[in-house]
Design a protein around this ligand. Structure first.
Ligand code: NAP
Length: 248
């Protein structure tokens, strides 16, 4: 097991990639704190994975609310006595063109995707500094690398911001033994993306080298690697995972 007894917080863990990361981490022996704005989702997932209630805690936590995140992390520390891993996964997109997008739309996506990553990272640092070790993994996106048709400028800007935040935070925190990396997934089949017409999903995958759709577990396995000691000489990177849509 790659994460035996490591304590991991996963934000936006109620469904999609976050849920899959939670499932994969649990298989690898991690103790989990599942954060989501939708409490019932993480509560159900926690019960499904761990009926004993000893290895997983589900917490209603909005990543944009600093007080809520501080309280949530205190609860995690009280239950498990340490925090080793933070997966900044919570994120949204609105899929509007700039003509359709209001300033409120722009700010909403930046606030959850970028400011939320900042707030959760800032709050977890003292816990990781105490033990002189920690792993932060930020879920960015291919859209933050190249821009993508239809995702919205707010989404692409937020994810490019996450990559920049990752690089600078890795430099700041490396001397304290804290690793910070980001993952840039291409289009992944989730409950949400399955709702788009097949031709729309196919258009997002145009030019892909590998003839397999991206699945949540593809991202979850990479998150396990970047959270484990198998990646102990990797920090500050933005790792592309997209079946060869982007090759450079
Ligand atoms: P998802 O299925 O929508 O799941 C995200 C979860 O986060 C939802 O339960 C959502 O609740 C929750 N959430 C939203 N705002 C929150 C907040 N302020 N605080 C805490 N939780 C919040 O998303 P996903 O497709 O799995 O994506 C997960 C991450 O991967 C995101 O950062 C996304 O940008 C990134 N990503 C996804 C893809 C893809 O193709 N799916 C590709 C590249 C990158 P609500 O449902 O109420 O909003």
């Amino acid at each position: 097991m790659l994460l035996k007894d490591c304590v991991a917080i996963i934000t936006g863990a109620g469904k999609g990639l976050g849920q899959s990361i939670a499932e994969e981490f649990f298989k690898e022996g991690a103790l989990l704190a599942l954060f989501d704005i939708q409490y019932d989702l993480v509560e159900n997932l926690a019960k499904k994975l761990d009926s004993s209630g000893k290895k997983i805690i589900a917490i209603k936590a909005d990543v944009t609310d600093e007080i809520m995140i501080k309280n949530a992390m205190e609860q995690v520390f009280d239950k498990f006595g340490k925090i080793d891993i933070l997966i900044n996964n919570a994120g949204i997109s609105l899929h509007k063109t700039i003509k359709e997008m209001s300033v409120e739309d722009f700010n909403k996506v930046i606030n959850i995707n970028l400011n939320g990553t900042f707030i959760c990272s800032k709050t977890v640092i003292p816990y990781m500094e105490k033990q002189k070790r920690g792993k932060i993994v930020n879920i960015a996106s291919l859209a933050g690398r190249t821009g993508r048709p239809g995702v919205g400028v707010n989404y692409a800007a937020s994810k490019a911001g996450v990559i920049g935040l990752t690089q600078t935070l890795a430099r700041e925190l490396g001397p304290s033994g804290i690793y910070v990396n980001s993952i840039c997934p291409g289009p992944i089949l989730t409950e949400q993306t399955r709702q788009y017409p097949a031709e729309v999903f196919a258009s997002w995958n145009a030019g892909r080298a590998i003839q397999k759709d991206g699945l949540p577990e593809d991202i979850a396995q990479l998150a396990v690697f970047l959270s484990s000691d198998k990646s102990d000489w990797i920090t500050g990177i933005a790792l592309d995972i997209n079946g060869g849509i982007l090759i450079r």
